[in-house]
Structures are given as C-alpha cells and as structure tokens.
Design a binder for this molecule. Structure first.
Ligand SMILES: [Zn+2]
Length: 370
C-alpha cells in the first residue's frame, strides 16, 4: 500500500516493499516549493547566422511588436516535444526562440511532465529514444535509501550494509542482488588486505509495517502560468482579430511570458500548482491527449481552457471581445502526433457519449512536423 499525503514541503510516502499501487492518483496534492529553480538551459554560443530581414505584415503575439519576418519558424502552441503539432506563424523568430528557452525547456524538466512523458511514452520527434523514467531517491527514518521510479510506480531498495563488529551484513531485495553486493564488498575488503569469509545467505522476513520515506519534489510554481499564457496567446493568434493585442488581457498574458514571477491583474502573486481536471472537463479527452477549448463566454469574454496530458487543467480569460467569442477547440494526440480541430460543444457531446467517438480521417488537420 502506498499512501501519499500533503505535508509542508515534501511528499510523504509510506510503502511496503514491492507493492506500489495508487501513488499517481494523489499527485495533485504536491505542495510546490515556491520559486524552486531549475538550471537555465545552456546557450549555444558562436553560431553564426544570416537571416533575411524582410518584414511581413502583422504583429507578433508574444510581444505585440510588428517584427514578424519572412522565414520565421512556426511556433508550436503546445511544445513539440510533448506532441504539440498545432502551430502558429504569428510569433516572431526571436520571441519564439526565447520562449523555447524560458518556458518550454523548463516545462519539459518539470517532474510531473517528465513522469507523464515517460509513462505514456511521448517521444520528442527530434530525439531517437523516449524519455527516461524519472527516479527519486528517498531516505527512510532508519537511514536506508529507497528509489522510486515515478513513471511505472516501482520501488527499488538498493542493497543495504550494516556492520556488527567484524561482521558485515548485506540486506537486499533478492538473492541475486545480495550476492552481487557481497561480491563487490568482498573484493574491496580483500583489496584492502582483509581476510574475508562469506557466510550462508538467509531469507529475512519483510517487516509487516509500512516503511516511511521522505523525498522532495521541487517545482517552479510560476512556470505553469507562463506555459498557459504561451499556449493561450498561440491559440488566440489563430482565431482572434489582431486588435485584441491592444487589450489589457493580451498585455497581462504577454507579461506572464517575460516575467519570471508573473502577477495577476491586481498585482497578486500567481501560485500555479498542477490542478487536476474536474468533471465534466475530464471527459473531453482521454489521457494523454491535450485539449484546448474556448468555453461559452459572458460579458467578460470567453474562458480558454487548456488540459495537458488529459490530466492537468489551466484556464485563462480572453477579456471582453467585440464579436461573438470563438467556439474553436483543438485536440492533440501526442502519441499519433495529430491535431483535430473541433468545438467545445462537440467535445462535450462526445465526452458525454451523445455523439460517437470516432471521426473521419479528414477531420485530422494536415499539420506539418518540423
Ligand atoms: Zn515578438
């Protein structure tokens, strides 16, 4: 039995050896460590580039400036490495590049994202292998190390050594591991000039009481707001008129892109912990699909919902809109690397089982991969 509860700054995991059921379900209880940092990405230095400076019409949705150029790369609205094949050409090249470094790369290092990518086998198309399972080392109250593989919920106890006078004891998960640990220990002791006699292995009964181990998951609590702003601005660039960029909401979302500590409109601190998708939104798409959708609006404009991996919800506002709020929705399948353009009502009806769930191939937009 594994139970995970919230405590001040770590997840508490109680586990009996070998049984690792419901770790995942409780993950949204994690308490993010405020301002927990990540190493910044390495910059590629010394790359000489020549670029045509021909401007093209329109403004960049990341900063509002008219600095779009012919040849700007397409911006992936959801990061390409997590299957985001929906793109916009409304981001200027240097904003695109900076956002990749400031937002997409840290987001890919986030432990929850790493777990989901490993668990669902979501490959970065630019890399040959699927991402490795994220692992955490924790220490039990009696000082033993335990390793959690967070993607497949396995628990691994590395061999443990205790000394009792001249006697060394090795405890391991099974005989093979014990034997290997003994062999390397004996080799080291003999190299140091000790005479060593190896005793017979014994099977020790596992303790019935769950063992408690503590570990820390560190997470940038501002990053999710910035990810939401980037995805929203990208999606809005596909459906909202360009003069929306002059609204307060546009400027607020843009400020989140560039501010390491984004603020709400009244200057409050944003504390964006991963938020579980509540019903009925959870029926819009099965994990690990990403779903982006406009919710029917009111006088303050539409709400824009972002469900990543089918498991984490973020919502932003468009602010007041001149015309009718858009009804577009997009569903991205990070395994098949497809994007389906649809609407919230269509997704809701399918989620509720009112409409059948299979769709014709021609609903799949022919988005290009890099
Ligand atoms: Zn820009």
């Amino acid at each position: 039995m594994v139970s995970v509860g919230r405590s001040l700054d770590f997840l508490r995991v109680s586990s009996a050896i070998g049984d690792t059921s419901s770790l995942w379900l409780h993950f949204n209880l994690v308490h993010p460590v405020a301002g927990g940092g990540y190493p910044s990405g390495l910059l590629k230095a010394g790359v000489a580039m020549t670029q045509a400076l021909t401007l093209r019409p329109g403004r960049c949705w990341a900063c509002g400036e008219p600095h779009l150029r012919v040849g700007d790369p397409l911006e992936h609205i959801v990061a390409s490495a997590i299957g985001g094949v929906l793109t916009t050409d409304r981001f200027a090249s240097d904003c695109n590049e900076r956002l990749g470094r400031l937002i997409d790369q840290p987001y890919l290092r986030d432990p929850f994202v790493a777990i989901r990518r490993a668990r669902h086998g979501i490959k970065d198309p630019r890399r040959p292998r699927p991402p490795a399972s994220p692992r955490l080392t924790a220490t039990t109250s009696d000082g033993r190390s335990v390793i959690f593989d967070l993607a497949d919920n396995t628990v691994f106890w590395p061999p443990h050594f205790t000394e009792d006078g001249a006697r060394h004891l090795v405890t391991a998960q099974n005989r093979d591991e014990a034997r290997r640990a003994v062999e390397s220990k004996v080799e080291r002791l003999r190299r140091d000039g000790f005479k060593v006699r190896v005793g017979q292995p014994r099977t020790v009964r596992q303790p019935d009481d769950p063992v408690e181990a503590k570990f820390t998951l560190s997470m940038d609590s501002f990053l999710r707001a910035r990810v939401a702003a980037k995805i929203a601005l990208g999606a809005f660039s596909l459906v909202l008129p360009e003069d929306w960029l002059d609204t307060d909401e546009a400027k607020l979302l843009q400020s989140w892109l560039w501010d390491e500590r984004p603020k709400t409109e009244d200057g409050g601190v944003i504390f964006a912990a991963p938020r579980k998708v509540p019903p009925p939104i959870d029926t819009l798409g099965t994990p690990p699909k990403h779903t982006l959708f406009f919710l029917p609006g009111d006088g303050r404009g539409a709400l824009f919902g972002i469900v990543l991996f089918g498991e984490e919800l973020m919502v932003v506002r468009t602010g007041p809109l001149d015309g009718r709020p858009p009804e577009n929705a997009w569903q991205l399948d990070p395994i098949a690397r497809t994007c389906k353009e649809t609407s919230f009502s269509d997704l809701a009806l399918r989620g509720a089982g009112v409409l059948p769930n299979d769709r014709d191939e021609d609903d799949l937009l022919p988005f290009q991969e890099d």
